[in-house]
Design a protein around this ligand. Structure first.
Ligand code: ADP
Length: 371
């Protein structure tokens, strides 16, 4: 089943050490047996690449290996995260209750209880979900939390994962990505900025390699959709769903609008962002929520960070003037005014762009759900 390449023990240990740091703790790890290094087929090419990088050349023991270049960039950049290491749960996300509920039903349930979806024709696990909405509204956060909740490995890719470093190999990498992912199931493949990876065809100017990679992606995706039992979900996210062509939209049958939070939801997000901070007693969350119209979750986070710096700066000033010494320095609690002052520095990033907002809403009416 496995093929070996011949190495000295010392070199082999180097490879295994490297692999331990870069692979999931799966059964596919290279291992040393006696004086042989056993590398599973699927991991072979990546191992060979790595070895080359270290000045070690290798001789394949078998000529007709079906070599798969596992997504070198994906793996070596640590973009595969097992569910217990993601570190974000649904509870860490403020507001967006409807979105969380929908995702729970669409994704968590079939991943955790596949047997419930294995008979009959009505219930089918969903293989493609699109999260769309203005930037900073928590789409990435949702994707990660979903993987935690669903107990799925999380692979995050963007256009550049598959194209930049290995441009000529994009097609091969794409194929390998899917093959690799299927061995990690249950897995969520998060495609951030899906419009840039799979956006509308670039017409005459489209690079041949990009076009081929895209076709390969679509083909591999279709292969996966046809296998009911595979617990693999493609989860796309975009701020520009209107740049997606029909072929992609069709493959993402559930399209969920992740909208900017209203005052009530901003309040929920603020409570989560400030849960561990020292606040003045009776801190008026509702006033802050009302004062931040148009802010995304990400804007609110930035605002909170800016506000949290104010007592720190004050204290440093005091220390500089010699009024307090380092030993008895005391950081005062955060006040509403800190946030109001910080607003001058951190304004909302989305609301001014009314045209995009309108485009998003229109797209939601035509293709989306929720919001
Ligand atoms: P998007 O992918 O939609 O552009 P992100 O998920 O990357 O947005 O959000 C950026 C950051 O903003 C998050 O890491 C988080 O700190 C904060 N954030 C956004 N939305 C929320 C939310 N609903 N609850 C808590 N934090 C949020």
């Amino acid at each position: 089943k496995s093929d070996g390449i011949v190495l000295t023990k010392q070199k082999a240990e180097k490879v295994v050490g490297w692999a331990r740091n870069h692979y999931l703790s799966s059964t596919d790890l290279p291992s040393i047996k006696g004086d042989r290094l056993i590398i599973p087929r699927e991991s072979l090419e990546i191992a060979i690449e790595r070895l080359k990088g270290q000045g070690i050349t290798t001789k394949k023991s078998s000529q007709n290996l079906k070599v798969l270049a596992i997504c070198t960039s994906t793996v070596s950049h640590g973009a595969v995260v097992p569910p217990n290491e993601i570190g974000v749960k649904f509870d860490d996300i403020g507001a967006l209750e409807d979105v969380k509920r929908t995702l729970d039903e669409l994704v968590t349930l079939p991943m955790r209880r596949p047997e419930l979806f294995s008979h009959g024709n009505l219930l089918r696990p969903c293989k493609g979900v699109l999260l769309f909405g203005p930037p900073g509204t928590g789409k990435t956060l949702l994707a990660k939390a979903l993987a935690t909740e669903a107990g799925a490995n999380f692979i995050s890719i963007t256009g550049s994962t598959l194209t930049s470093k290995w441009f000529g190999d994009a097609e091969k990498l794409t194929k390998a990505l899917f093959s690799f992912a299927s061995r990690l199931a249950p897995v969520i493949i998060f495609v951030d900025e899906v419009d840039s990876l799979l956006g509308a065809r670039g017409g005459a100017f489209e690079h041949e390699a990009t076009r081929r990679m895209r076709n390969e992606f679509m083909a591999a995706w279709d292969g996966l959709r046809s296998k009911e039992s595979q617990r693999i979900l493609i989860l796309g996210a975009t701020n520009r769903p209107f740049d997606l062509d029909d072929a992609v939209i069709r493959r993402l049958p559930r399209r969920i609008y992740v909208d900017l939070p209203d005052a009530q939801n901003r309040l929920k997000i603020l409570k989560i962002l400030l849960a561990k901070e020292k606040l003045e007693s009776g801190f008026k969350f509702d006033e802050l929520a009302n004062a931040t119209e148009g802010y995304s979750g990400s804007d609110l986070k930035n605002l909170c960070v800016a506000a949290a710096y104010r007592p720190v700066h004050e204290l440093l000033e005091e220390e500089k003037k010699g009024r307090v010494s380092n030993e008895n320095s005391y950081l005062r609690p955060l006040k509403l005014d800190d946030f109001i002052q910080a607003k001058a520095k951190v304004s909302s990033s989305v609301s001014y762009d009314a045209t995009s907002m309108n485009e998003l809403r229109k797209w939601n009416e035509q293709y989306g759900e929720g919001g």
